[in-house]
Design a protein around this ligand. Sequence first.
Ligand code: GSH
Length: 245
Amino acid sequence: GNSIEGNSTFGNVANAIEEQDALDWVKNDKRRMLHVVYRVDYGVDKYDIGDGFGHFGIAAEDVAKTINLIKAKGGKVTREPGPVKGGNTIIAFIEDPDGYKFEILERRLTSEPLCQVMLRVGDLDRSINFYKKAFGMDLLRKKDNPDYKYATAIMGYGPEDENAVLELTYNYGVTDYDKGNGYAQVAIGTNDVYKTAEAIKLYGGEIVREPGPLPGINTKITVCLDPDGWKWVFVDNVDFLKELE
Ligand code: GSH
């Protein structure tokens, strides 16, 4: 059952067996990234995007062609198509009218064109550990780029060609970022927001909204911050499907 009474679903934090239970539960929960929210509100004409939020990744079969179309429609291209520095993937960067960056990545047609969310973090191993244990994500790949003084980790719920993933970027020596006020949150579906919140607390995440139904629509959610303060919302899978009806 749910831990509505405030008892820990997974028992005493100090108990290694209970901790293993939490890990197993998180690992077997039915999770996927649902959507990303960034702010574009009525009456607000400027956001501070800060320097911590990276970009949204969009998969395209032909980046050059996509960029030409974007230019033809008056879009702002900030990095022309070409191989990524230190690699082979053809990429380009564009900015939407509010200054949010999008990386266009060349790859085979995928079921999820919105393929990544890039966030900058101050300690890559701390973040990898958190997203593995508290969120149950897999570390899909990790790459150090000493020539350009950064390292990245790609994490998610399943293979990159089928799922939107989280790209964590660590810039050598940078431990703090200004998160601005533009980024809101990324949403993840879960079968149990109560157990989700317990597991997050167990692994050092901060719960900023205790699990429970939202007034009015009754969708159960819980909201947390990762070790760098990036906000994530977990949404009950069944409630979320009802919202879409
Ligand atoms: N200092 C960079 C940042 O914080 O954005 C490190 C991350 C980075 O450089 N990422 C690659 C990139 O943007 C993409 S994985 N490359 C720029 C280019 O190839 O022009």
